[in-house]
Design a protein around this ligand. Structure first.
Ligand code: CKP
Ligand code: MG
Length: 312
């Protein structure tokens, strides 16, 4: 495997019309979850990826499993339980810049996962373990599982990539800070946003945010700057990469996962870091031009077209 990840995916319901969701009566259903969004993006580009998770033994679980499998992600480590249902969530679009997320995922099947659900032999065969700050927020046992996965990765030479993805609706600020900082201390690569840097270190400047993560031990930090692109920093080099200009944001959710897809695929293909970041910015932007979290992720041909537009 090139990349594996552990996390919860859910059925996502979006009202057909913008505005307060209380007035909505028709919804479109899709599948989403930060970890599978990124894994699906990587699979579409031809990388070998695997997902570790737990779904409910229910119709939503069946639908998620077929979808993720159908996009080319290995799902041999996905369990099903009758003990809890599959999580769902709603995306209320007041307008493109005001999107609210409502989770119905407390005590979900995925939140019951724990260290016992990890298979060392599976994790150790991967080049990268991709962690987001969502999984440790799901429950105490999920938090323990993430720290256990880090131990497994460390002892087997698997590199750790962290997207802090701080979800304040899921846990307390104190717990979030403590856990994400401890994960960052073990991560080789960190992909934060400015707001996350501010939350964790009280810093608003990308260079200072990158330095804070380097001080914790990360070798590579790429700070997402939205419409201003991204700032990357390694032990050897640093610089800014401009954003891809898009005409209109339709749905900003999932852009960060697209960014991770672009960056991870770039480093797997051994692109110079600046090119990997440019790819990350391009995929992140293009994901925001369509409804849904994975629908905008490009395949190889789409990526070539996208990067051609970016370079010209
Ligand atoms: O940071 P992003 O907007 O890229 O992440 C979006 C995903 O997993 C979305 O698919 C949702 O299911 C979630 O983050 C989450 O749990 O919030
Ligand atoms: Mg994000």
């Amino acid at each position: 495997m090139d990349v594996i990840s552990i996390g919860e995916s859910m059925v996502l319901f979006t009202p057909e019309t913008n505005g307060q969701m209380r007035y909505a009566n028709q919804f479109t259903s899709r599948i989403a979850g930060a970890e599978t969004n990124t894994l699906i993006g990587l699979a579409k580009l031809g990388h070998r990826v695997g997902w570790i998770s737990q779904l409910g033994q229910d119709e939503f679980g069946a639908s998620i499993l077929s979808f993720v499998r159908g996009e080319g992600v290995d799902v041999t480590q996905v369990k099903k339980t009758t003990g809890a249902p599959t999580g769902i969530f709603f995306k209320e679009m007041i307008n493109e810049s005001d999107v609210q997320i409502y989770y119905y995922r407390q005590h979900s099947a995925a939140s019951l996962m724990g260290p016992k659900d990890l298979n060392e032999n599976y994790i150790k065969k991967s080049k990268y373990l991709y962690i987001t700050g969502i999984t440790p927020a799901l429950s105490e046992s999920c938090r323990e599982m993430i720290f256990q996965s880090i131990k497994i990765a460390e002892r087997n030479g698997v590199k750790i990539v962290l997207d802090p993805n701080i979800r304040r609706k899921l846990w307390s600020d104190d717990l979030a800070k403590k856990a994400i900082v401890s994960i960052a201390e073990k991560s080789n690569i960190v992909l934060p946003g400015i707001a996350e840097g501010e939350f964790l270190f009280d810093k608003r400047n990308e260079k200072e945010i990158a330095k804070s993560f380097h001080d914790l031990g990360a070798e590579t930090v790429v700070v997402k700057l939205g419409e201003n692109g991204a700032y990357y920093s390694t032990n050897e080099e640093s610089g800014h990469v401009p954003a891809l200009n898009i005409k209109r944001v339709v749905d900003p959710v999932g852009a960060g996962d697209g960014f991770a897809t672009g960056f991870l695929s770039g480093i797997l293909e051994q692109l110079p870091i600046q090119e990997a970041v440019a790819r990350a910015c391009a995929i992140g932007a293009i994901v925001a031009t369509v409804n849904g979290d994975v629908e905008g992720l490009p395949d190889r041909a789409g990526l070539e077209k996208l990067m051609h537009t970016t370079n010209n």
